[in-house]
Design a binder for this molecule. Structure first.
Ligand code: ADP
Ligand code: MG
Length: 411
């Protein structure tokens, strides 16, 4: 998609802007070396990028900078390397980016140092240089000022377009901004604008659907959602801590004992505020998480000892579908079951289809939820897919992301 077309869709979806920070539009990039933090943390298999969504999401900013005569220096992390590990090098990413841009991308073999400096000095207007994996250097995660300064010394302007990493106070996200004029890229802007706009003025009914494995990851957002949604549907592994809080026995299902009280408080808050908090009435149980395991549907009041709930059941699906159908705005994060295994995937597939068919404005965040959408070929039917799981949840909790805070204010 061209930048112009993409921007039109952006403003059509949003109406107005919420991000109160300067963006690439507010600085003169022509002839400048522009250091851009992107989130190219993509899945690889045998040195091939198996899902290039995150690279494609950064293209509007990269193409804008190229077309406006900047020298574009890109940096990203990939995976969780321990020091320098060849399998975490960014060469396959550079190749994929070059294919998408239809132009050469120069890939450096280190992140900072003489080789990189030389490569940066040689750049011509419109050139693209990709630095090596930021996490090869310990200074990245530690937000080490020395490392941030070395990165900053490569450029004249800093752009953060790595929404998916902006909840982390790392050197390339926060530190670099201390040394260079720091502005937002288009992806960061679009993510923040879209996610904050649903908090401010959602079309109602506004329904949130939360699942996934851990209550502890999501209890913060549950609490904030109880201030803004009309209904909250809970599924996935985290529903069992809620069910336990209601007095049900959950067998071997995922349970976070130390979060039972928080779940109880959430249930009480929903009652006080008259918000419909839905929990499953039936679940698919099995003795182990495997494609061959014997599985059966049981009511949540009769989960047998030694069995674990691995998906929501058919009655629950039908109730949840009804709520989703009546919604005008939907936010979904977290699969309803172990969707990676077919016999536990039906709940997630049905809920994803219901969202796709609802006609509501739909927003989906979370790595596994997006993987589920892809598996069921429903991505195209969602209004907005956030590239950041943790970052989107923190924003929806009402927190300010460190990577946003570090940017220059719009005056
Ligand atoms: P997201 O990445 O979308 O934020 P999470 O990472 O929180 O989602 O959770 C996704 C994981 O939760 C999936 O790998 C899925 O298999 C797992 N999961 C969902 N339901 C259950 C369950 N009932 N028991 C165990 N694991 C579950
Ligand atoms: Mg996940």
């Amino acid at each position: 998609m061209s930048v112009a077309c993409w921007l039109t869709i952006n403003s059509w979806l949003l109406g107005e802007r919420r991000l109160n920070k300067k963006t690439v539009r507010d600085v003169d990039v022509s002839g400048k070396r522009v250091l851009v933090r992107v989130d190219f943390n993509v899945p690889l298999s045998d040195d091939i990028v198996t899902d290039n969504s995150r690279i494609r999401a950064a293209l509007p900013t990269v193409e804008y900078l190229i077309n406006n005569g900047a020298k574009v220096i890109l940096m990203s992390h990939l995976g969780r390397p321990k020091g320098v590990e060849d399998k975490f090098r960014l060469d396959p990413v550079a190749q994929e980016l070059a294919d998408l841009l239809g132009k050469e991308v120069n890939k450096a073999d280190s992140t900072v140092g003489d080789e990189v400096k030389e490569a940066a000095d040689k750049m011509k207007l419109g050139d693209v240089l990709l630095l090596e994996n930021l996490r090869f250097n310990e200074g990245e995660k530690e937000n080490d000022p020395g490392f941030a300064k070395q990165l900053a010394d490569l450029a004249d302007i800093y752009v953060n377009d790595a929404f998916g990493a902006s909840h982390r106070a790392h050197a390339s996200i926060v530190g670099v901004g201390n040394y260079l004029p720091a502005v937002a890229g288009f992806l960061l802007e679009k993510e923040v604008d879209t996610l904050t706009s649903i908090l401010e003025d959602p079309k109602r009914p506004f329904v949130a659907i939360l699942g996934g494995s851990k209550v502890s990851d999501k209890i913060g957002v549950i609490d904030s959602f109880l201030d803004i949604v009309d209904a909250l549907l809970i599924g996935g592994g985290m529903c069992f801590t809620f069910l336990k809080a209601k007095g049900f026995e959950v067998g071997n299902s995922l349970l976070e004992e130390d979060k039972i009280d928080l779940c109880r408080q959430a249930i009480e808050k929903a009652e006080q505020k008259d918000i419909a908090l839905y929990l499953p009435s039936d679940v698919v149980v099995a003795k182990e998480i495997s494609p061959e395991a014997e599985a059966m549907v049981v009511g949540v009041n009769s989960i047998p000892e030694g069995w674990a709930g691995l998906d929501i059941g058919p009655d629950t699906i039908s109730v949840y579908r009804g709520v989703i159908n009546s919604a005008q705005t939907i936010f979904w994060n977290g699969p309803m079951g172990v969707f990676e295994i077919d016999q536990f995937s039906r709940g997630t597939e049905e809920i994803a289809s219901a969202i796709a068919e609802s006609g509501a404005t739909s927003i989906v965040g979370g790595g596994d939820s997006i993987a589920a959408l892809k598996k069921f070929r429903l991505e195209d039917k969602i209004s907005f897919i956030s590239t950041g799981g943790g970052a989107s949840l923190e924003l929806l909790e009402g927190r300010t992301l460190p990577g946003v805070e570090a940017l220059m204010d719009k005056i």
